[in-house]
Design a protein around this ligand. Structure first.
Ligand code: NAD
Ligand code: TYD
Length: 352
């Protein structure tokens, strides 16, 4: 790869995207980072306040489904690589309204692929289309000690995971049909600062703080494999620079938690940091109707990434949870703004 790059990062105002943008802008002053985001309910430029004035950073408000605008952005910024994170990302929303998931995740990804293919042109020297996907495309596991490996067949169950699986297939098809240089990574559940409080961990921290019920789906026995978001961003950095074109890498923390056990750790940590006796908020646990089609267990085997590129998670889970809870408790204003929609005002003030 050449030294100077013009990298389009999509979804950079979202949870994981903002950590990736921050890492690349700070670590690689020689790269131009163009953050393209539609600023849906999940996108928030306040996430990037600390880097918004850096000379190698540009924000562009655009929809990945808008082909003409995407082509113009490739031309205007001479884009040579893409790290694609923009997506609809919440399973519960996909159950209620699957259409927007097909539109953004499938058609949006196809739009970007087509624009990249047309702008770059074969033989695609020094180009890369890096697609960020999820472990949820593999479906679900039993409690049998097995893991998702890269060669596992796709078996998505939710409209969200079906849309991500479909986008992964399009990305691979653009490699196999047109030779577009691509990489796909499938990561486990992320947690950390700047996650929209509809996902389990920030939702529960916020609810405990406000003494509101904690809705546990089913019996709370489903298992997820949790990774601190900065470790994911670090993996993306390594794979972007050293990953093998056309390959898939699984990213995960070997850190499985049954929901109810994780919820108890969150309760203890929030109670302690709020100065209450640990366990006070256990009474907020409320078992509710299970999520439709709820996958039982996710567990990622990231041995390939460790053996081939030397990546491992850097943070112990206890340390990551402590950091995360502290961040949400110290950033109540951020939580209030994203839940009320007030961050849109920030965009109007900064960028219009
Ligand atoms: P997020 O919902 O926090 O952020 C998504 C971002 O995409 C938002 O900023 C939103 O404004 C933007 N966006 C949505 N529709 C758009 C459109 N049409 N055009 C342009 N921008 C648009 O999501 P996240 O949790 O940060 O996830 C980022 C990516 O990582 C997604 O592709 C997701 O599937 C994948 N992923 C997430 C997790 C996780 O645990 N959160 C795990 C594995 C993979
Ligand atoms: P979530 O954060 O939505 O991520 P995903 O569905 O992509 O894994 O949910 C994590 C787990 O927590 C999942 O098993 C569903 C469960 N859950 C609840 O029990 N209650 C809730 O309010 C939420 C949002 C999730």
């Amino acid at each position: 790869m050449s030294k100077n790059r013009n990298i389009l990062i999509t979804g950079g105002a979202g949870f994981i995207g903002s950590h990736v943008v921050r890492l690349f802008v700070n670590k690689y002053p020689q790269y131009n980072i163009i953050n393209l985001d539609a600023l849906t309910y999940a996108g928030n430029l306040e996430n990037l306040k600390d880097i918004e004035n850096k000379p190698n950073y540009t924000f562009v408000k655009a929809d990945i489904c808008d082909y003409d605008t995407i082509v113009k952005i490739f031309n205007d910024y001479k884009i040579d690589s893409v790290i694609h994170l923009a997506a609809e990302s919440h399973v519960d929303r996909s159950i209620k309204d699957p259409f927007i998931f097909a539109k953004t995740n499938v058609l949006g990804t196809l739009t970007l692929l087509q624009a990249a293919k047309e702008y770059w042109q074969a033989p695609y020297k020094d180009n890369l289309f890096y697609h960020i996907s999820t472990d949820e495309v593999y479906g679900t596991l039993e409690f049998d000690g097995t893991f998702f490996t890269e060669d596992r067949k796709y078996e998505p169950h939710s409209p969200y995971s079906a849309s991500k699986a479909s986008s992964d297939h399009f990305v691979r098809a653009f490699h196999d049909t047109y030779g577009l240089p691509i990489i796909i990574t499938n990561c486990s559940n992320n947690y950390g600062p700047y996650q929209f409080p509809e996902k389990l961990i920030p939702l529960f921290i916020n609810n405990i703080r406000h003494n509101k019920p904690l809705p546990v789906y089913g019996k709370g026995e489903n298992v997820r494999d949790w990774l601190f978001v900065e470790d994911h961003a670090r993996a993306i950095d390594i794979i972007f620079h050293k990953g093998k074109v056309a390959d898939t890498y699984n990213i995960g923390g070997f850190n499985e938690w049954k929901n109810i056990d994780l919820i108890k750790v969150i309760i203890k940590t929030v109670d302690r940091l709020l100065g209450k006796p640990e366990g006070t908020s256990l009474s907020l646990i409320t078992y509710v109707t299970d999520r439709a089609g709820h996958d039982l267990r996710y567990a990622i085997d990231s041995t390939k990434l460790k053996n081939e590129l030397g990546w491992e998670p850097s943070l112990q889970f206890e340390e990551g949870i402590e950091k995360t809870v502290k961040w949400y408790l110290e950033n109540q204003q951020w939580l209030d703004n994203v839940t009320s929609g007030d961050y849109q005002v920030y965009y109007e003030r900064m960028y219009k």
